[in-house]
Design a protein around this ligand. Structure first.
Ligand code: ZN
Length: 721
């Protein structure tokens, strides 16, 4: 290949520094670069790419799609530049070429930000021989061969391989190329490592031996999680400091970190590695990951990595996903403020079908960029998620599959077309909760006294609350309380008992016996004498008077069929506790409505949740969208405009299997509340490219979106009034 000649390099250390001055001195006080890039391109090279792949093809493509940042393979398991770090494995196809440097220089010429990718998780026999203690060790004391590639070894993430060797690699890459940052894949280890360093360091941390189980009740395992997080935080710090010494504006960006609050605190920019769907992952899942991180990172830039190939356990990364699948996944990320980031594995193309798809998405994104530079979400509803509940809750039968509470609630909110954010339970201070009127706690079981107090204060400030099942029945360490930490807010106490799994338990729905009026939580359900109950319910004691639109019909036998009739057709046991305190509304649901919804997807549970949300919100929603289909709705503020994203998730393949085709939705009626002190100058549909007919009255814009294929964005240009 002539390519190799072409890439021939005369690189020597420091060659890319400005006139021989080291980057740190030359750079001075650079402007932060993090917020500039809007569209990322990632090319992950394979070892035999050098000399075989055509870098100019990729550079042309980056230009054509208006990519303004690139992530390129630098080193780690394989180096794509002429490294001088001892034991750093150069690609066997490298010869005297420098494909990494060639791409970096060309991208910089195009004005792109460039970060280098390293992968420290695997290494070679000669490294194992020279430094046996750099290799991960299994619970039997044996060094770990790579699970997928028997030529290689798995490295220890928390020992000298990362702390010393990879630090040298990162320093060298920065000194040679002065990048904007370094991004490491698979940097945080694969399972517990029992090497001499890990055993010694863990003992020094807590005086115990490394845990041999991942049982969350094992005292050693309970220490292991904080120890690992702390060790990884130190590593992040070390690599970040190392590369900033070379160039102050550069950042180390880990691929994932096991704690979102720490991530939010440490990062100036972050990327999510949630590349696509498989199995029954719902199509809104990309947006969910964005919401989780926004809860701790705020509006710092977030790249959403998506794979153009399949994301399956059996790999097939050289394949191509369907156009419908790629477009929907990226649209849901964009609607949730992620900046698109495609990743292509291997420099050689075996299937070209994705190229035009990504070009079309990026080209639209480029043309609409000012409307995609969001400064704040406009959602007034937030769902609380709890990493501490995830870590410390569980062990009882009714606590199995507890992730279903969050997923079911999330799905119900999407189905109800409610724009919403997520909130991390360790950030419940007034500042973080300020944008919200309604907080939803889907079985947020583990809450400290201080967190419960923050929630009480939120309600005192006029906020509303919805909580389900065992919310606040445990403290932050997962120790059971005698009563809910939020008993006072719920107006309800725990009565020491959980019933289930229930069969044939129902909910009695009825109008108020005195006024004969239906409570708003029964909208659309007036003709239903009863609907199905959940699977597990808590026994509780009301401490106040409550309305009774939804009461319990106790479980009765399910066989023989002759015996299937309600023994007690009616009780006054509430299955929904509704309270009003000034402007605040509080709904406590003592059963697993959210998890049952995730399992059964019963439409009545979806309606009931939607109604409870509307009732508790107790104000005119920011956006209301009526029409057929399943839409993910988000609303954003930019400097001089606001936008409403509508992502069409309606698809026969929604629940399993990749989308085959995009199925357009017909007209949707939309009402948008205009931000206070502004007037609307112009209304545009950014995908359709037209100005829709609209009316403006009472601080609301009303319009019709004629059709939505995968994604539509309603943009309102605003002026101060
Ligand atoms: Zn180790």
């Amino acid at each position: 290949m002539i390519r190799r000649e072409f890439l021939k390099t005369s690189v020597t250390a420091g060659a890319y520094a400005i006139a021989g001055v080291p980057w740190s001195a030359a750079a001075g006080a650079e402007e932060p670069w993090f917020d500039r890039p809007m569209r990322w391109a990632q090319l992950v090279l394979v070892e035999n790419d050098p000399g075989r792949f055509d870098p100019d093809f990729w550079l042309d493509y980056f230009k054509r799609i208006h990519a303004d940042a690139a992530c390129l393979s630098a080193g780690g398991a394989v180096a794509y530049y002429p490294t001088e770090v001892p034991l750093h494995h150069r690609s066997a196809w490298l010869d005297d070429s420098d494909p990494f440097g060639y791409l970096v220089r060309a991208c910089r010429k195009m004005g792109m930000a460039v970060i280098g990718r390293t992968d420290p998780h695997a290494t070679w026999d000669n490294v194992h021989k020279a430094h046996p203690d750099w290799i991960a060790v299994d619970s039997n004391g044996k060094p770990r061969r790579h699970w997928s590639n028997p030529e290689l070894w798995v490295t220890c993430a928390l020992g000298p391989y990362n702390f010393e060797f990879m630090t040298q690699v990162h320093r060298e890459v920065m000194e040679l190329y002065g990048l904007d940052g370094i991004f490491s894949n698979r940097w945080a280890g694969h399972g517990t490592c029992f090497c001499e360093h890990c055993r010694r360091n863990f003992k020094a941390f807590c005086g115990m031996d490394l845990p041999r189980t991942s049982d969350r009740h094992d005292p050693a395992y309970r220490k292991y999680t904080p120890w690992r997080i702390e060790r990884l935080r130190e590593l992040w710090f070390l690599w970040d400091r190392t590369i900033r010494e070379v160039r102050p504006a550069a950042r180390y960006i880990p691929n994932g970190f096991p704690d979102n609050v720490v991530t939010g605190r440490l990062s100036d920019i972050f990327f999510t590695d949630h590349q696509g769907r498989r199995g029954v992952i719902p199509p809104w899942s990309n947006g969910k990951r964005a919401k989780e991180l926004r809860a701790t990172m705020g509006m710092k830039p977030l790249g959403g990595i998506f794979s153009i190939g399949l994301e399956e356990a059996y790999r097939w990364k050289d394949s191509v996903q369907s156009e419908a699948e790629i477009r929907t996944w990226v649209a849901d990320g964009t609607a949730n403020n992620m900046r698109p980031w495609f990743v292509k594995f291997g420099g050689v193309i075996y299937d070209r079908r994705w190229l035009d798809v990504v070009e079309e998405i990026y080209d639209w994104h480029y043309r609409c960029e000012p409307y995609l530079r969001n400064i704040a979400p406009l959602a007034r509803v937030a769902m609380v998620y709890s990493e501490q509940t995830e870590r410390h809750y569980g062990g009882k039968r009714w606590q199995e599959r507890s992730s279903g509470h969050e997923l079911g609630m999330y799905h119900a909110l999407v189905e109800a077309r409610v724009p919403f954010e997520m909130v991390n339970d360790r950030l419940l201070d007034a500042e973080h909760l300020k944008p919200f009127k309604l907080l939803i706690l889907p079985n947020v079981a583990a809450l400290s006294d201080a967190q419960c107090e923050q929630l009480r204060q939120f309600v005192q400030r006029g906020g509303s609350l919805i909580a389900t099942f065992e919310t606040s029945l445990y403290d932050e360490q997962g120790r059971a309380r005698k009563d809910f930490g939020l008993a006072e807010l719920f107006g309800v106490s725990y009565d020491d008992g959980v019933e289930g799994p229930m069969k044939n338990s129902y909910l009695r729905l009825k109008a108020d016996s005195q006024t004969d009026r239906f409570h708003p939580v029964l909208d659309g359900l007036h003709d239903a004498y009863r609907i199905i109950n959940g699977i597990w319910r808590l026994n509780v004691i009301p401490r106040l008077e409550f309305p009774s639109p939804v009461t319990l019909i106790p479980s009765y036998p399910d066989l023989p069929m002759e015996h299937v009739y309600p023994r007690t057709p009616e009780t006054d046991t509430r299955e929904l506790y509704l309270r009003e305190v000034n402007d605040s509304r509080i709904a406590y649901i003592p059963w697993d409505i959210d998890r049952t919804f995730w399992e059964i997807m019963n439409a009545d549970h979806g309606k009931l949740l939607r109604n409870v949300v509307n009732w508790a919100l107790n104000e005119k929603p920011v956006v209301q969208v009526t029409g057929r289909g399943l839409l993910d709705v988000t609303a954003w503020r930019q400097k001089r405009s606001m936008t409403v994203h509508l992502v069409n998730l309606t698809n026969p393949m929604m629940m399993k299997g990749p989308f085959r085709e995009l199925i357009p939705l017909d007209c949707q009626g939309v009402q948008i509340r205009i931000p206070r002190n502004t007037t609307v100058k112009k209304v545009r549909l950014l995908v359709n490219g037209t100005t829709p007919e609209h009316q403006i009255a009472d601080g609301t814009v009303e319009l019709t979106v004629p059709a939505i294929l995968d994604h539509e964005v309603i943009a309102l240009d605003l002026a101060a009034s």
